[in-house]
Design a protein around this ligand. Sequence first.
Ligand code: 5GP
Ligand code: MN
Ligand code: MN
Length: 314
Amino acid sequence: MKHFNEQVLKADKIAITGHIHPDGDCIGSCLALKQYILDNYSGKKVDVYLEPISTEFYFLSHADEIITESNDEEVYDLFFVLDCGAEDRYEPFATMVNHAKTLIGIDHHISNDGFGDFCKIDPQASATCEVLCQIFEEDKISKECAQCLYTGIVHDTGVFKHSNTTRKTMEYAGMLLEKGVSSTKIIDETFYQKTFVQNQLLGKALLKSELYEKGQIIFSYLSEEDFKDLQASTSDSDGIIDQLRITKGVEAAVFLYPIKDGYKVSMRSNETVNVSEIAKSHGGGGHIRAAGCSVKGNLQDVKNMIINDITKQL
Ligand code: 5GP
Ligand code: MN
Ligand code: MN
């Protein structure tokens, strides 16, 4: 990205944000970019704005400096929006983003239409952290920066198992390993480890799961009562969709949880169904094999509509 160096050099006050409900790639890419700028450019103020992050990511450098509330009066010279497929996905910080002098988007969502003054979107990249590996100069990546990049790649590839994992992904991961990243710690403690409550929620969702279309579609949901009973938050349900997807014989998985006036829809597919298209048709987006949207309506209507959309593609 030829504008990256030029724009960072020019800017004094830089901010970085990602999508709502930040995941490993979103957190990893925002913190990696902050670290890279601090390591390689002198005299820059760099602020990262994100909604509160899960505790397992606290060990990443500068995680403790993340700002969770918007400072609407702040005007930044340069604002980076990372891992964010659409403008409504950085909504909590939109006022600041829109006031910034220059906006750069860096992303890998196929549904991203290229908002911003400059953008680099690579839908072939497994993670936004992989796109950053393309932009950054290898010998300028510190161990701290590498930890963040590796975390993002591990999360968006489901520990190198999703179909978005390419030779390039592995080569970048190898380069990051050589920087001294704590691979086992990152994989075990930020990806596989679950709290008791998260496991209980997963159990509930699996028990409530149902098969459709001769077992090609698996569906499950959690209700407000389910979350209340376990004193769990919606972010505790991250990962349930991936467990549903690996059910033998299943092509597509759907998981719902309630939000205001409707349901948050998560979808995954294995080989044929383009879930990004379905999510996009309902105002959401994502990748071909992993996508989501928020849909208004009751459980039965949302469920039937999504199952119908998937069935048409089988
Ligand atoms: P998840 O099912 O894990 O929430 O999301 C899967 C993928 O779809 C992620 O890459 C996420 O960024 C994207 N995604 C999920 N929900 C939405 C949405 O409401 N809008 C858009 N544009 N993308 C979404
Ligand atoms: Mn993400
Ligand atoms: Mn991502």
